[in-house]
Each structure stands twice: as structure tokens, then as C-alpha cells.
Design a protein around this ligand. Structure first.
Ligand code: PMM
Length: 388
């Protein structure tokens, strides 16, 4: 007998082995995703549920680790699948079916499109989001006219380098940054969005936490609202998104840019960020935003220290498991400097690597200051992934 270890992090290995033995593409893919090992953490588990899980695990050949109120279940996707079917569920585990069913469906068939105000962005390849910051400190001359000119030049560069969406921001979210009044913020972003839209440099996103700014940006031609507060800062913003038909990026943060550093306390950062982000996305859905228009972002650097950012990057699959397309914004952030020792103006290589790692773990959209290096890194990363 001859033994060949296969890569376990991707169904691609099993698919290739089956395809090499004459299987058709589709059945080979289904079989490959079926034998893929999955691990789920169950919480708020009652004692009878825990006992039922242990009994099921012994029969199904699944590993079940449990403690009071929780269980970790590890099994091939095909073994877990019966737990998501009401007609095949072991008694006592009825509560599990809806959530598990949703997770398994998005695992087998992840979202491949993002609907944004009448357009569709395909997510079958890495999508670059170019950053156009129009905070006064970004453009040394100040003054609206030179800000618009500078923003247009930056936007043209980003599009030429491969960006498919441009994110215009008028409020710095760095710790300690001065708050910006809505009218001031509108004065910064709306003229830029209008000019970019007029020149066909789109689609466009606005990076704002405020409903009034979002309304003005949408009127000026924005198709996406990117909210770093995850719809927590302004209670009206979710409704504005719902009524406009725009896409939304719901980002994870705790507190505000002023308080977030003190709130970076986690026992398991990926699980907690995913849970809080899931709640934020649910806020959008409750306000009437259809699922197809929502993207989630773990918010690198927001209420997370360097080690927590790296854990989160490595365990990004937990955020992907929410079932929404995932965007990431590691660009030039402090945690990359912590690993490389490079200053902020010399972190584009580190950014490109972080983007490639995030793609490999399931992210599909990448918010970057400089697109050229990230684009190249993501072309290589993207070429390693093929889904039917
Ligand atoms: N980071 C910043 C601002 N906006 N939006 C999303 N969706 N994700 C991010 O990671 C993010 C963001 C802060 O970075 P910047 O001030 O350099 O733009």
C-alpha cells in the first residue's frame, strides 16, 4: 500500500484526488466538502442537550469535548449535516438545527456576490477597496478645491492599480482624533464623491458612522456605507441603508475610537468578535437591509492589540462562518509595524502579505491605501484557490 498525506485545510486536495480518479467536477467537489473536518463551539448548552450530544458523538464517530454549558464538536461536514435536519435530529438537539443548517449551507456555498445600489460586485476573485481619505491632515494644502483635486488623483491611481470600489472618508478614527461635526464631514466627502461619480471612478463607498453624512453621500452618488461602529454609533444609519438600497460594510469595534483601546479584553478574540459582529449584522437585517447587501469586517486595530489582531487574522474562518462576505482592512496598521518594525509609511509589503493570508482564510474584500502590492499578492493568493 502507498500512502500520500493530503492537505487538510482545503477541500481542493480531496477534489483533485477524486478528479484524478475519474470523478466529475461537481460530485468530486461535494464529496470533498463532505469529508472536510469542521469544528463548532456550542454555548448555552443545557445538561440534557450535552448528554444528547455526547451520545450522538459516540454513535456518529464525532469528537465531543464538553464542560458546563458548552460543547466543542469536531466531525466531517457530512457527519454534522444530519444535526441540521429536523427529520434526522437526535431527540433533545432540536435547538441546534437552524443555526447549524445556516452555517453548513454557507460553508458549502459561500456568498459569491455583493449587491450594492443596483450593481453587483462579484466575489469570486479578491476585490480591492481603495482608500481615499479627505481628512485635512491627509492633504497638506487644505482648502476644498485642492482636497477634491488630490482625491481625484488618488482615486485615479487606485483604480488604475486594480481597485473595484473606492472608500471616501472624512473623519479620522484613530485613537484620540478630534470628532467631526456632520456638516463639516459632509463638506469634506460629498464634493469628492460627486466628482468621482461624475468621472466614472466608482462604485463609491463612504466611510462614516453618521446617518446625515450617509444620506448626503448617497445623494452625491455613493453605493456603499462603510460604518466602523457596526451600526452602533447612530441609530438612524441602519434605516438609511435599508431605504437607499445601498450596500453596507458592518465593522467590528468596541466603544468609540477614544475608548476602544481600554476595551480590548477578550478570552477568545475570534469567537467574541464574530459573535458581536453577528449581532451588528442582525441589526442591519432587522432594519430591513437584505443579507445580500451586507459585508462584515473584523475591524483590525479597533479595540484589539497586536496579538489579538494576529489571532483574529489566523482564525478569520470564524468570522467567515457568519455567512456574510468578509472585508478586511489591515492596511498600514500598528500590528503590522509590531511584527516588522517598519514605520507606517513602509508597511505596504506587510499589508499585502496580511491580505493574502486573509484571502486564504476566506476574506474576499481588502481595504488598502496602496493597491499595487496588495493586488499582486492577491493575484498569487487567488490563483491557489479554485471553486467550481
Ligand atoms: N480602518 C480604518 C477606517 N475605516 N473601515 C473598514 N471597513 N475596515 C477597516 O479596517 C477600517 C475602516 C482606519 O484606517 P485608516 O484611518 O487608515 O483609513
Amino acid at each position: 500500500m502507498k500512502l500520500t498525506p493530503l492537505a487538510a485545510h482545503t477541500p481542493e486536495a480531496v477534489r483533485a484526488a477524486l478528479a484524478a480518479r475519474g470523478w466529475d467536477a461537481q460530485p468530486a467537489w461535494f464529496a470533498a466538502t463532505g469529508v472536510q473536518a469542521l469544528v463548532v463551539l456550542l454555548e448555552d448548552v443545557t445538561e440534557p442537550q450535552r448528554e444528547a450530544l455526547v451520545r450522538w458523538g459516540a454513535k456518529a464517530g464525532a469528537d465531543v469535548l464538553t464542560g458546563e454549558g458548552w460543547a466543542l464538536v469536531s466531525a466531517a461536514a457530512s457527519r454534522l449535516a444530519p444535526l441540521a435536519r429536523p427529520d434526522r435530529l437526535p431527540p433533545g438537539l432540536e435547538d441546534l438545527a437552524p443555526e447549524l443548517g445556516r452555517f453548513l449551507a454557507s460553508y458549502a456555498d459561500p456568498p459569491r456576490r455583493w449587491e450594492i445600489a443596483g450593481r453587483t460586485l462579484s466575489l469570486d476573485h479578491p476585490v480591492l477597496i481603495g482608500i481615499v481619505n479627505v481628512t485635512p491632515d491627509s492633504f497638506s494644502d487644505g482648502g476644498r478645491f485642492s482636497t477634491v483635486d488630490g482625491a481625484v488623483a488618488q482615486a485615479e491611481r487606485l483604480v488604475a492599480e486594480g481597485c473595484e470600489l473606492l472608500d471616501v472618508g472624512g473623519e479620522s478614527t484613530r485613537p484620540g482624533a478630534a470628532p467631526v461635526a456632520p456638516l463639516e464631514e459632509i463638506g469634506r466627502v460629498a464634493p469628492v464623491i460627486e466628482q468621482l461619480a461624475r468621472r466614472g471612478l466608482g462604485p463609491l463607498s463612504v466611510d462614516t458612522r453618521k446617518a446625515a453624512v450617509a444620506r448626503a453621500a448617497l445623494a452625491a452618488g455613493a453605493a456603499v456605507i462603510n460604518d466602523v461602529s457596526g451600526l452602533a454609533f447612530d441609530p438612524d444609519l441602519a434605516r438609511v441603508v435599508a431605504e437607499s438600497g445601498a450596500g453596507v460594510i458592518v465593522m467590528h469595534m468596541r466603544g468609540t475610537p477614544d475608548t476602544m483601546d481600554g476595551l480590548a479584553v477578550y478570552r477568545h478574540v475570534a469567537a467574541e468578535v464574530a459573535a458581536e459582529l453577528g449581532a451588528a449584522a442582525a441589526r442591519a437585517e432587522h432594519a430591513g437591509v437584505p443579507r445580500e447587501r451586507i459585508v462584515v469586517d473584523p475591524g483590525f486595530g479597533f479595540a484589539k492589540g497586536p496579538e489579538q489582531n494576529f489571532r483574529l487574522l489566523d482564525e478569520l474562518a470564524t468570522v467567515v462562518g457568519l455567512g456574510y462576505p468578509v472585508a478586511v482592512g489591515p492596511s498600514r496598521k500598528r500590528f503590522l509595524g509590531a511584527a516588522t518594525g517598519r514605520p507606517v509609511e513602509d508597511r505596504d509589503r506587510a499589508t499585502a502579505v496580511a491580505c493574502a493570508l486573509a484571502w486564504e482564510r476566506g476574506a474576499r474584500l481588502f481595504r488598502v491605501h496602496d493597491a499595487a502590492l496588495a493586488c499582486e499578492a492577491l493575484r498569487v493568493a487567488g490563483a491557489t484557490t479554485s471553486t467550481p
